[in-house]
Design a protein around this ligand. Sequence first.
Ligand code: NAG
Ligand code: NAG
Length: 175
Amino acid sequence: MKFFATVALLATAVAAAPSQRLFNLKTSGASNSSHNDLYISVGHGLISDPLNSEAVFSGPSANRAAAFSFVNGTILLDTESKAPWALDLINVAGVRKERAQISVKPTHGSKGFSVSRQGVEGPSETWDGWLWCPADMAAGQFLPNLHFLSKSVQDPALPAGCDKIQLHAVPQSSA
Ligand SMILES: *[C@@H]1O[C@H](CO)[C@@H](O)[C@H](O)[C@H]1NC(C)=O
Ligand SMILES: *[C@@H]1O[C@H](CO)[C@@H](O)[C@H](O)[C@H]1NC(C)=O
């Protein structure tokens, strides 16, 4: 019943935006169990994009988990400086495996997040599910990172090397 209690709590948080209630994002539902129970953190960005950071999977310990809050359908990163960083879905036309990042200046795709029993969901027009994907070392990534499936491109059903996951918003760990 803990699961439903969490959802109810978050539904309240969403309705009462802006909310200061902080949460961590945690994976579940992966076909490879080593991709479950991982927290989202903020990691090294792409070489080609030094301004923004990546939404990376930091591991099963909450120590490095990023704290977020819902504000008006956006997912804001909680930072000491209160800088406007937000979870941003990068939509590229014709691409199935789309990238999520933590952007300084959120553009399109960063609004319209919602919470259901399946966890946190992206905007229904563009988002078709979350992906765990391995680090792209050539692009400058050190850790596996968050991607999502485009709704407008159906092939391949599952991009190579990636695993479908759910992201659940869990109340911020006190660890
Ligand atoms: C499961 O994921 C881990 C870490 O990504 C990987 O090392 C392992 O090979 C994967 N197992 C299978 C069966 O794909
Ligand atoms: C939320 O969105 C509404 C409608 O667009 C806007 O009027 C309001 O200022 C927003 N609130 C915050 C905290 O951004």
